[in-house]
Design a protein around this ligand. Structure first.
Ligand SMILES: *[C@@H]1O[C@H](CO)[C@@H](O)[C@H](O)[C@H]1NC(C)=O
Ligand SMILES: *[C@@H]1O[C@H](CO)[C@@H](O)[C@H](O)[C@H]1NC(C)=O
Ligand SMILES: *[C@@H]1O[C@H](CO)[C@@H](O)[C@H](O)[C@H]1NC(C)=O
Length: 436
């Protein structure tokens, strides 16, 4: 069978250039297919579009891809149809945006096979084959997958523990010290476990697609973006802590958290290089989108945090709204989803039972479940605890006498909002184009 997919990258300014993968037939792209989006703001957001055309004889789906990994790939908080799934996958996730571009270029809905396996809380343990929630095992390799997307590492290397200890302190005094959480993250980053498991996962995915028969197949691995502008000084007196008198977002703290993100990116990049060294041509492509978030982090110049009104911040605040653009499918979907449509836990849910919630929350790795469990435990230990003013004003959750909870409300914090996912998508296209 000669699959004949071609990646063609079309710049909206008119250049057309294409990359024929080995053993594939070039198909001239029809320029008229590539105009999507439009509207006044589109000029500002011009981007190359990836076009994959498949051999007509294949029938059915023309082409496809699979998304693996954690909440940064799942797109938590960016909208959903009907009911949010347990993995908290969002319609604004960059994988969904790429799917939409592929479908637009190939003649519409259902023209692209897409398996969205990314799951909030996932680590490399949930990727590799054999485990109960293995994403590799769930991968249907019979689908005509031409590439995979993967985001993983943040949960392996301690993002939540650092976030909890240094920024939010969901478990109040018992959250541990920030210094200890950062030291622990550093130790994980220096260790070999993550790298070993990521190598295994990549090998398993490549084996599953029988890469010798699909030499064009590659895995695009994304990193993470630094959360803060760490040069401004206004945030030195501000706090994201959930309880009264939480830790201040000092420049020193912001710099340390940023350094952790960069260290995780460096670690992922090294692992990608190590995997590639085993093949004659690169199977993995690392995409570092950190710089694209410049000007869109927390604590930017002139911003008083927590600033719930700033659409230009590309990360979610606790309980903050998304920033999907008007007129997009995501926006229309979202406008129908007030927070009351999110999954709300009953006060007697096991997820907020202070005596038993921690084990399940830790196993799920879902930041929202962990945050709620820790908050319930903190409150059980000290019933007089008061929510911080910002959390109270924007929450109305966990209010004194009506404890009702929304895991995603907390779980989406420090994850990209819809415009952040657009930037991630654009960076992926840019890197793909650079593979020429
Ligand atoms: C695409 O597939 C879905 C699910 O199978 C189906 O409900 C829908 O009608 C299809 N859309 C088109 C345009 O074929
Ligand atoms: C896997 O994909 C193939 C090709 O689309 C399909 O025929 C098959 O039913 C799928 N298997 C599962 C378990 O979904
Ligand atoms: C969407 O449009 C409304 C008014 O038309 C405006 O108030 C709002 O700020 C817009 N939202 C975004 C995210 O652009």
């Amino acid at each position: 069978m000669r699959l004949a997919a071609v990646f063609t990258f079309v710049l909206s300014c008119g250049f057309v250039f294409s990359r024929a993968f080995e053993q594939r037939r070039l198909v001239a792209p029809d320029k008229t297919q590539h105009v999507i989006g439009g509207g006044a703001s589109s000029a500002q957001h011009r981007r190359p579009l990836p076009i994959t055309l498949a051999h007509p004889e294949d029938g059915g789906f023309q082409t496809g891809f699979v998304a693996f990994g954690d909440s940064y790939s799942a797109g938590i908080g960016t909208g959903f149809h009907g009911k949010e799934d347990d993995c908290r996958r969002g319609l604004g996730a960059h994988a969904e945006l790429i799917r939409a571009d592929l479908e637009a270029s190939q003649g519409g809905p259902n023209s692209t096979a897409f398996q969205f396996l990314s799951c909030t809380g996932a680590t490399t343990r949930e990727l590799i084959s054999g485990g109960p929630d293995s994403q590799v095992d769930a991968f249907n390799a019979s689908l005509p997958a031409d590439f995979a997307l993967l985001s993983v590492g943040g949960n392996d290397l301690g993002f939540f523990a650092v976030m909890n200890a240094c920024v939010f302190r969901f478990y109040n005094f018992y959250s541990g010290t920030c210094a200890a959480a950062l030291a622990d993250a550093r130790a994980q980053i220096e260790g070999d476990e993550f790298e070993e498991r990521l190598r295994v996962a990549a090998a398993e995915v490549l084996d599953a697609v029988r890469w010798e028969k699909r030499p064009w197949f590659s895995i695009t691995v994304t990193g993470y973006a630094r959360f803060f502008d760490d040069a401004t000084d206004a945030c030195d007196d501000m706090s994201f802590g959930v309880w009264w008198d939480g830790p201040k977002l000092t420049r020193g703290l912001r710099a340390e958290m940023n350094a952790m993100v960069l260290a995780v990116n460096a670690k992922v990049r090294r692992t990608v290089d190590a995997v590639n060294a085993r093949f004659t041509r690169d199977k993995l492509v690392f995409v570092d989108y950190d710089a694209a978030f410049d000007g869109h982090r927390f604590c930017e110049e002139g911003v008083a945090e927590p600033d719930y009104g700033r659409a230009d911040t590309w990360f979610f605040l606790v309980g903050g709204r998304d920033n999907a653009r008007n007129g997009t499918a995501v926006h229309h979907q979202q406008s129908r989803h007030a927070s009351s449509d999110l999954e709300i836990l009953a006060p007697n849910s096991v997820l907020v039972d202070p005596s038993s919630c921690l084990g399940p929350a830790q196993r799920s790795g879902d930041w929202g479940e962990l945050a709620l469990c820790y908050m319930t435990m903190a409150k059980a230990r000290d019933p007089s605890l008061r929510l911080a003013a910002a959390a109270a004003a924007h929450g109305n959750l966990a209010a004194e006498n009506s404890m009702w909870y929304v895991p995603t409300y907390y779980g989406k914090t420090f994850h990209p909002r819809s415009r952040g996912h657009e930037a991630i998508r654009d960076k992926i296209y840019e890197v793909w184009r650079g593979l020429e």
